[in-house]
Design a binder for this molecule. Structure first.
Ligand code: GLA
Length: 393
C-alpha cells in the first residue's frame, strides 16, 4: 500500500490545498459464496469480503460543505448540510456522489456531529459488477466520517444505516447482506449471516489447493434496479399466497423442503420465486456444514444447484451469466455460480491453483466467441471489513 498511499495523499493535497492532512479508510467489496436473493426475506447468506475495495481520504471542514472527488469518475460533487432534507431522494446529476450524500443524511438523522469534509475516493473494485461497490462507498464514508467526528456507533449500526440509504435515498430495496459483509468480515473467513436474527458466525474458508476466481461477464448494466425490486415484490407476494394456504406461515423461515408440494400449488412466477428461496436457504446451511467438514466437492455441487435455481426459478441470470456458467463447466470447473444481484455482473468459482491459467484461457476464448464480450478475471483474496489504514499499511 505504501507508495500508492503516498501518491493518493499527494493528490488529496493538490485537490484540497487548504485542508489538513487526511485520515485514510478502506472498505472492501464482497463476493457472495452462496445464499442469493435470500437476505431481503430474512434468510441465510454466506459472503466474504475481498481485498479489492474503495479507499477514502478525508479531512474535516467546519462550514457544513462536503467536497467529493473520485479517481474513477471525472465529475466532482459538492453539497452543503443546509441543502439536505431528511426525506431527500437521490438526484441523477450527483451520479456516484449520491451514495456519500445519502450517508451524510442518515448520519445527521442519528445525530452524528459531522460538519463537512473534503474527500477523495480511489477504487480498484469494478463498478456495477455485483461486487458491492455501492456498499463499499457507503460503508467507507459512513465509517470514516463517524470516526473523524468521534461519533460512537457500531459497524453493525453503520451497515443498517447504509442499507437505509440504499432503500430510501437511492431507491433500491436491497437486503442487509452487502453492507454487513463489507462492515464485519474477517480475513480468511466467510461470514454466515442469519438475516432474521442478525446473528452471524465466521466460517474458516480454507480451500487447500483452490483459489476463488471471480469472472466478470462485462455486461453493461441495464434496468437492474427495477428488476431487483420486482423480484422482491414477487417474493413477498408469493409468501402472502402461501400464508393464505397455511396461516401459521409468517416468514420464509417457517418453510422447509417439506413445504415444496404446497409451494408447487402456486402459479408462475410465485411458485418459482418461493421455490428458489426455500431451497437456497437450505443450500446455505448445507454449504456451511460442507465448508466446516472441508468437503469442497459438496460445496461445489451446492454452488451449481444455486446457479440453476437462480437461472430457472428466480430468473436473474440472463444470457451472459448462463453462457459464462456453461463455458466454465466445459472448462472442467464444477464449483461455480453467479454471484450478487444477477442480470449481468460476475460468477464466483473455486478453481485448483495449477488449473487457473487453463481455466482462464478456455473461458476467455469461448465466452467471447459466444457473446462478443471480453470477460475479466480476478483472483480473490479474503479480507477484513471496513477499517482505518495507518502509515504501516
Ligand atoms: C444485491 C443486494 C443484496 C442481495 C443480493 C442478492 O447485492 O444489495 O442485498 O439481495 O443482491 O443476493
Amino acid at each position: 500500500m505504501g507508495s500508492l498511499l503516498e501518491q493518493l495523499k499527494q493528490e488529496f493535497k493538490e485537490f484540497y490545498p487548504e485542508a489538513g492532512s487526511p485520515r485514510v479508510f478502506f472498505a472492501p467489496g464482497r463476493v457472495n459464496l452462496i445464499g442469493e436473493h435470500t437476505d431481503y426475506t430474512g434468510g441465510f447468506v454466506m459472503p466474504m469480503a475481498l481485498d479489492l475495495g474503495i479507499t477514502m481520504l478525508t479531512a474535516p471542514r467546519k462550514d457544513g460543505v462536503f467536497r467529493l472527488r473520485s479517481k474513477s469518475f471525472e465529475q466532482p460533487v459538492e453539497f452543503s448540510i443546509e441543502d439536505l432534507k431528511d426525506d431527500s431522494k437521490a438526484d441523477k446529476k450527483d451520479t456516484w456522489g449520491n451514495y456519500p450524500k445519502g450517508v451524510v443524511i442518515e448520519l445527521l438523522k442519528l445525530g452524528a456531529p459531522v460538519t463537512g469534509a473534503d474527500i477523495l475516493y480511489s477504487s480498484n473494485l469494478p463498478t456495477g459488477a455485483g461486487l458491492s461497490s455501492s456498499a463499499a462507498i457507503g460503508m467507507a464514508t459512513a465509517f470514516g466520517l463517524a470516526e473523524v467526528a468521534e461519533f460512537e456507533v457500531s459497524k453493525q449500526e453503520l451497515a443498517f444505516l447504509c442499507q437505509r440509504m440504499e432503500n430510501n435515498f437511492i431507491g433500491v430495496k436491497s437486503g442487509i447482506m452487502d453492507q454487513f459483509a463489507v462492515g464485519l468480515s474477517k480475513e480468511n473467513h466467510a461470514i454466515f449471516l442469519d438475516c432474521t436474527s442478525i446473528e452471524y458466525e465466521y466460517v474458516p474458508f480454507e480451500l487447500e489447493d483452490h483459489k476463488v476466481v471471480i469472472t466478470n461477464t462485462a455486461k453493461k448494466r441495464g434496468l437492474n434496479e427495477s428488476r431487483y425490486n420486482e423480484r422482491r415484490e414477487e417474493a413477498e407476494e408469493a409468501l402472502k399466497q402461501i400464508a393464505e394456504m397455511k396461516p401459521n406461515v409468517k416468514s420464509y423461515r417457517d418453510l422447509s423442503l417439506d413445504d415444496l408440494s404446497l409451494i408447487n400449488a402456486l402459479r408462475y412466477p410465485y411458485r418459482e420465486r418461493a421455490r428458489h428461496i426455500v431451497t437456497e436457504n437450505h443450500r446455505v446451511l448445507e454449504a456451511k456444514a460442507a465448508l466446516e467438514q472441508g468437503n469442497l466437492t459438496q460445496f461445489g455441487q451446492l454452488m451449481l444447484a444455486s446457479h440453476r435455481s437462480l437461472s430457472l426459478d428466480y430468473e436473474v441470470t440472463g444470457k451472459e451469466l448462463d453462457t459464462l456458467f456453461q463455458v466454465q463447466l466445459e472448462a472442467g470447473c464444477y464449483k461455480t455460480r453467479m454471484t450478487g444481484a444477477g442480470f449481468g455482473g460476475c460468477t464466483v468459482s473455486l478453481v485448483k491453483e495449477d488449473e487457473i491459467d487453463q481455466f482462464i484461457e478456455y473461458v476467455r476464448a469461448n465466452y467471447k466467441e459466444r457473446t462478443g464480450l471480453d470477460p475479466e478475471f480476478y483472483i480473490a483474496k479474503g479480507s477484513g471489513g471496513v477499517r482505518e489504514i495507518g502509515e504501516e499499511d
